[in-house]
Design a protein around this ligand. Structure first.
Ligand code: NAP
Length: 321
């Protein structure tokens, strides 16, 4: 906590989360003289670190403005610097408890005993791709293993890739990857796909996509980059090691909303419900980025909704005056 940080102050806005949504809302609200405080989280070994999911990616080639691409961590560092330049106060703390029942809202952090208080809150805590939790996965993340085909698919031109999962995301990723890869093998743990019929038909008709049903991925092999996937047929028990340069995990995402359960409206999958832009069910509390978006989940859409949240906060605070 910075020495000069005033614990007694009622802030105009506190932003929780430091991905593209949180930092963009910080840039806009700082430039709007709202003196934002941003809780960026804390570094941790689980990948649950400040900067969000882009800290776990390598090159980002689809964020507008970087014709040569930019590394995910560098993009986040630039956004952070930009937010600080306009006066955002960044605390390297996690929100550990919130009280959104009345204004000023209260947020307890991992580094303060007393809660911070604010007239408005922007929640931008993001989502996490669910992972397989198998040997080799964490070590090879960013070195052949990915949870985002749109981000990383381009790097697998003429290579053999695998996609794990049987839902719409898996088949969408497989279709996208088939534009680059020499072959795409979808590995699904059951006999029936979960994906919608239209997505299934499309994938079945794609010459480059093939399926391994009743199959699980047991282990990922390779020293510095992915070389093989060890799969097992769950019916016969047969284990095989197959050559692979890429493996995309598409088994769903989980929004980081456990802190807010019971305090604001969440949908049946746990995402924050927003309306009229970034408003949540609690007036004065706004949500931006993947924490309220299970559909687009792109850095640029998160950044865009972060901008919207800052403008929505500005209007909200004006309405209080
Ligand atoms: P999902 O529908 O929950 O599918 C997840 C898939 O991963 C399921 O096939 C599941 O297997 C499998 N899975 C889960 N945990 C696993 C594990 N530990 N090991 C191996 N496999 C595992 O998730 P999603 O595909 O990300 O889709 C989420 C939502 O977004 C859905 O409502 C979907 O329709 C929607 N979406 C729509 C589109 C589109 O319309 N273009 C595109 C993407 C997503 P089981 O089937 O055995 O449970």
């Amino acid at each position: 906590m910075p020495d000069n940080f005033d614990m007694n102050k009622i802030h105009k806005v506190i932003i929780v989360g430091s991905g593209p949504a949180g930092l963009t809302s910080a840039i806009y609200s700082a430039r709007g003289n709202l003196d934002p405080v941003l809780l960026e989280g804390e570094p941790s070994s689980t990948g649950d670190q400040p900067g969000g999911q882009l800290m776990l990616t390598t090159e980002v080639e689809n964020f507008p403005g970087f014709p040569q691409g930019i590394m995910g961590p560098e993009l986040m560092s630039n956004l952070r610097e930009q937010a600080v330049r306009f006066g955002t106060e960044i605390l390297t703390s996690k929100a550990v408890r919130v009280d959104l029942s009345q204004s000023p809202f209260r947020i307890w952090t991992s580094t303060t005993s007393e809660p911070l208080r604010a007239l408005s809150v922007i929640i931008s805590t993001g989502a996490q791709a669910l992972m397989l939790n198998i040997d080799g996965e964490e070590r090879l993340l960013g070195h052949g293993v990915s949870a985002c085909a749109t981000c990383d698919g381009f790097f697998f031109r003429d290579q053999k890739v695998f996609v794990v999962g049987g839902g719409d995301s898996a088949l969408e990723e497989a279709g996208f990857l088939s534009k680059f890869a020499s072959s795409v093998t979808v590995v699904h743990r059951r006999k029936e796909l979960r994906a919608s019929k239209i997505m299934q038909d499309r994938a079945m008709q794609n010459q480059k996509i093939n399926f391994r049903y009743n199959t699980v991925v047991k282990e990922l092999l390779g020293e510095n980059k992915l070389e093989k996937v060890r799969i097992q047929d769950v019916v016969t028990g047969v284990v095989e090691d197959l050559e692979a340069q890429g493996l995309f995990v598409a088994i769903g995402h989980s929004p980081n909303t456990s802190l807010f359960q019971g305090q604001i409206e969440l949908d049946d999958k746990g995402y924050i419900v927003t309306h009229d832009g970034t408003k949540t069910s609690v007036p004065g509390v706004f949500a931006a980025g993947d924490v309220q978006d299970s559909k687009y989940r792109q850095a640029i859409t998160a950044a865009g909704s972060g901008c919207m949240a800052a403008l929505d906060v500005e209007h909200y605070l004006e309405s209080l005056a």
